[in-house]
Write a protein that binds this ligand. Structure first.
Ligand SMILES: Cc1cc2nc3c(=O)[nH]c(=O)nc-3n(C[C@H](O)[C@H](O)[C@H](O)COP(=O)(O)OP(=O)(O)OC[C@H]3O[C@@H](n4cnc5c(N)ncnc54)[C@H](O)[C@@H]3O)c2cc1C
Length: 104
């Protein structure tokens, strides 16, 4: 979990989660909600988890490349950078922006 976080952020986060007694399930897929149960599937099969007040869904991001196809079809010197290329973080977006600007 959190493999793409910086060490400083991950270490603090892991400590807080541990302190709060948070149970972390990896390689586990949520396959259904039926309040108050959540059905999950892992290598051992499917099972129900219980005891939730609320559920927060945070499944990551996906680039919307609709405009990219249009820009690429025009006769322009367009470069795809940042999250439009692939959702990541600010440092990568800024560095790719700088690189693209220096090539103009
Ligand atoms: C909730 C959340 C938390 C995050 N936390 C962090 C963090 O702590 N640290 C970190 O490094 N990164 C974080 N990120 C990721 C970071 O925000 C992005 O990687 C970064 O903003 C990407 O920059 P970008 O310029 O590629 O895209 P964006 O910052 O998304 O900029 C794209 C811009 O284009 C505009 N736009 C879109 N469509 C059009 C259109 N048709 N016409 C005109 N304008 C348009 C949008 O309004 C937006 O202003 C977070 C992202 C999210 C969603």
């Amino acid at each position: 979990m959190g493999w793409d976080l910086s060490d400083s952020v991950r270490i603090c986060l892991e400590a807080r989660l541990k302190q709060k007694g948070v149970q972390i399930l990896i390689s586990t897929k949520v396959i259904g909600f039926n309040h108050p149960d959540i059905a999950v599937q892992d290598a051992g099969g499917t099972r129900k988890l219980q005891g939730f007040d609320s559920v927060v869904i945070c499944l990551g991001y996906k680039a919307d490349d609709e405009m990219v196809a249009w820009v690429s079809s025009q006769e322009t010197d367009a470069r795809l950078i940042g999250d439009a290329l692939q959702p990541r973080d600010v440092m990568e977006a800024v560095s790719e922006g700088l690189e693209a600007a220096l090539k103009i």
